[in-house]
Design a protein around this ligand. Structure first.
Ligand code: PMP
Length: 343
């Protein structure tokens, strides 16, 4: 990685872009008269949000012990996935590398940007085979490798993350949407060591803020500057920015809810293990279970009839359904249906 320079990976037109800069976000005294953005003088949400999200980043910087310049905030991590692909992948020319199965949105945004998706089929324990990874990188050129850990929809964490970051000749995005549920260490600790690393996290899962749409990218200052350049200026609304700051100021609710989801996960696992309709409950570091049923289609339909929505993974993962941990009442309803279903 000694010869690594980010500019060799970035699309030429992106390097030429000038970021949109809102003067007031750089410099705005308390008593400033704001007649620069054609807003209304009336209302409680009449002003555009801070395009630099500086208060929020300040809090995050303190919370994660990472420099503000190494943090970008997105309208959910979905937006950040989209922006990362746009920054590095030339349409119709470049490719991304993904785990298979994994989170579908990497492929979705690559398709919108007309980039090929190279898939690394996981082994039977849903791990990446190192030899397949090496073969794929020797045979094909891809610009961005999305590693989802813990992986959605399989639930397991990727072993030996550093091996993949070290041996990939491009940008490695470690998507840690479910990291708070896991006992594994975050890849954030590797940021100083690998200039090609981007870590994605989100407030949508353990923080319980999916409706606020806030995701975060942590990376080198160079990469973060690129993300800030291409993002829509007002990508994160002011209400969400304030909400997240409030959450970060008092972690007690987050800790309490996380504890209760993890306890509930243990309860649900015990209940699931006793069910006859189930073949395998896969190990998981996330807030969901990937479950192999004897007859997934029947189960999925039986649950739907009772208005219980789950995520059917067949045919990609045969006979499997992904089910997330809910409240005790929700989990109990799920178990009741599964106990009585004839499959
Ligand atoms: N990455 C993974 C692995 C996910 O499962 C999800 C949401 N299902 C996301 C990213 C997107 O999260 P956000 O709500 O922050 O856009």
């Amino acid at each position: 990685m000694t010869t690594f320079t980010i500019n060799n990976l970035v699309r030429e037109n992106i390097l030429q872009l000038q970021p949109y800069i809102s003067y007031r976000d750089q410099k705005s005294p308390e008593n400033a008269v704001l007649l620069d953005a054609n807003e209304s003088p009336f209302g409680t949400c009449n002003r555009y949000p801070d395009s630099t999200q500086s208060k929020l980043k300040n809090k995050l910087a303190e919370y994660k012990n990472i420099a503000q310049q190494c943090i970008a905030v997105g309208n959910g991590s979905d937006e950040l996935i989209d922006l990362i692909i746009k920054i590095f992948c030339e349409p119709k020319k470049d490719a991304i590398l993904v785990m298979n199965p994994s989170f579908a949105m990497y492929g979705f945004y690559a398709a919108i940007n007309e980039n090929e998706v190279i898939r690394l089929n996981l082994d039977r324990n849903f791990e990446i085979r190192k030899e397949d990874f090496i073969a794929a990188t020797e045979k094909t050129v891809s610009k961005v490798f999305f590693i989802c850990s813990p992986n959605n929809p399989t639930g397991n964490s990727v072993d030996d993350l550093e091996f993949f970051i070290r041996n990939y000749n491009g940008i490695v995005v470690v998507d840690e949407a479910y990291i708070e549920f896991s006992e594994r260490k975050s890849a954030l600790r590797l940021l100083g060591k690998y200039p090609n690393l981007i870590v994605l996290q989100t407030f949508s899962k353990a923080w319980g803020m999916a409706g606020a749409r806030v995701g975060v990218a942590y990376a080198s200052e160079e990469i973060i500057t690129l993300i800030n350049t291409v993002k829509a200026p007002y990508n994160v609304n002011s209400i969400s920015q304030e909400l997240i700051i409030t959450m970060l100021e008092d972690e007690s609710l987050f800790n309490k809810n996380l504890r209760s989801i993890l306890d509930e996960k243990e309860w649900l696992k015990r209940e699931l293990m006793n069910l006859e309709c189930i073949d395998t409950v896969y190990p998981t570091d996330a807030n969901f279970f990937l479950i192999r049923f004897n007859n997934a289609e029947t189960i999925y339909r039986a649950l739907l009839t009772e208005n219980i929505f789950t995520s059917k993974r067949a045919p990609q993962i045969p006979q499997c359904i992904r089910i997330n941990v809910g409240s005790r009442e929700e989990n109990q309803k799920l178990i009741n249906v599964l106990k009585n279903v004839k499959s």
